[in-house]
Design a protein. Structure first.
Ligand SMILES: *Cc1c(COP(=O)(O)O)cnc(C)c1O
Length: 404
């Protein structure tokens, strides 16, 4: 086989469909988020980042930076091993306690990313619980899908956020089979929120465990940043709460929190936890500082919601169609892959606004969009510049405006 020709032709088809991914080469500037320098073949330009998952700007927070400096000076660069063989640093232990406390659970277990936490935890539960059936929301993240697939257990996909469909599918399954319902709180592309209480009610009715991905909610919702389940007083009803340290907490890593026995079980059996070098102590230290800060400080959350509201209002006034939802994610709908890319290229080249186009397979075809994530650090002037720029492009591109 001509391997090179194969790779190139596969890439060509991505180009033809307009969904070849081009990464923006950015240099973020601490103290100046959301500003960054973008490197290109033609030189460099300063841009405003409008699609970061560092939702609260904690990646530049002085307390986080200070904790990371202290940890690197104190412990050095890497962890030095897997968690089992010399790599467990005291910062890891403290971080797991901090996370258990955040979600009101007995224990926490950290992984090298949120992706790994979903893949390893769901995969291990699927493999090790005899006869387990996992009921998975149709819009679950790729890491959950891969984890469930890796679990090789029976899986049942239920319609996104549809309680009737979930109930019908639970009722149709063997009443004696152990069951687990896997879902997210805030869904990252549409920004909609799951009916957590009702899902837990169904779980109780059918004796199922619940697995909740709060990746797009931790740090941002609830009085201490515990997520949507904290805000709604439901944390004790969810069996496993999973989250990331890489989005609102501004660092990197993932985790689950649950009972002591469940976390110990995953710790003891999950290949993706056991056979990999532990997170560097600096990351654990930074995450601890970030979580502690956000447990005590409502300031970032309040300002975040204020910015989101301000941006939606400005879009409405300009007649730019955006998907309404109860979260901090502002999807501006374009509905065409090529146009979506064209608009984002022009925003970048002519207006110094960086927003990555979101195309298939991340979202269904015909729902291509620009996914804006305003942070507490975006100013009124930033919002005004963005909406004015969009307005100009919208007329040029002859896109249907929302009826004002
Ligand atoms: C980003 C994401 C993850 C993975 O988290 P990382 O820490 O980035 O690996 C998991 N679940 C959802 C819903 C996500 O959007």
């Amino acid at each position: 086989m001509d391997f090179e020709a194969f790779f190139k032709s596969e890439l060509d088809s991505l180009h033809q469909e307009g969904r070849y991914r081009v990464f923006a080469d950015l240099e973020r500037h601490r103290g100046q988020f959301p500003r960054a320098t973008r490197h290109t073949a033609e030189g460099k330009r300063d841009v405003t980042v409008w699609c970061s998952n560092d939702y609260l700007g904690m990646g530049q927070h002085p307390a986080v930076i200070a904790a990371m400096h202290e940890a690197i000076d104190h412990c050095g660069a890497g962890a030095g091993g897997t968690r089992n063989i010399s790599g467990t640093n005291h910062y890891h232990v403290l971080l797991e306690q901090e996370l258990a406390d955040l979600h009101g659970k007995e224990a926490g277990l950290i992984f090298n990313s949120g992706y790994m936490s979903n893949w390893a935890a769901l995969g291990t539960l699927g493999q090790k619980i005899p006869g387990l059936i996992i009921f998975s929301d149709a819009l679950n993240h790729a890491s959950m899908i891969e984890g469930i697939r890796h679990g090789k257990c029976e899986r049942v996909i239920w319609k996104h956020n549809d309680l009737n469909d979930l109930e019908a599918k639970l009722a149709a399954a063997d009443p004696n089979a152990p069951k687990l319902i896997a879902f997210e709180s805030v869904y990252s592309m549409d920004g909609d929120i799951a009916p957590i209480k009702e899902i837990c009610d169904l779980a109780d009715k059918f004796g199922a465990m619940t697995y909740l991905d709060e990746v797009h909610a931790v740090g941002m919702y609830g009085p201490r940043g515990g997520g949507i389940a904290e805000r709604e007083g439901l944390m004790d009803r969810v069996t496993i709460i999973e989250g990331t340290l890489g989005k609102a907490f501004g660092v990197m890593g993932g985790y689950i929190t649950a009972s002591t026995a469940l976390c110990d079980f995953v710790r003891s059996y999950a290949s993706g936890f056991i056979f990999t070098t532990a997170l560097p102590p600096t990351l654990a230290a930074g995450a601890i500082a970030s979580i502690r800060h956000l447990k005590a400080s409502p300031f970032e959350r309040v300002r975040h919601q204020d910015r989101v509201k301000k941006m939606r209002l400005a879009l409405d006034q300009a007649g730019i169609p955006h998907m309404p939802n109860p979260s901090h994610i502002v999807p501006v709908m374009v509905g065409d892959a090529a146009k979506c890319k064209w608009i984002s290229d022009l925003l970048l080249d002519s207006y110094d606004i960086y927003v990555q186009p979101i195309n298939y397979p991340t979202v269904p075809r015909k729902t291509e969009r620009l996914r804006f994530t305003p942070t507490p650090l975006h100013t009124d002037a930033d919002i005004e510049h963005l909406v004015n720029s969009l307005q100009q492009l919208w007329s040029q591109c002859a896109l249907a405006r929302a009826v004002a």
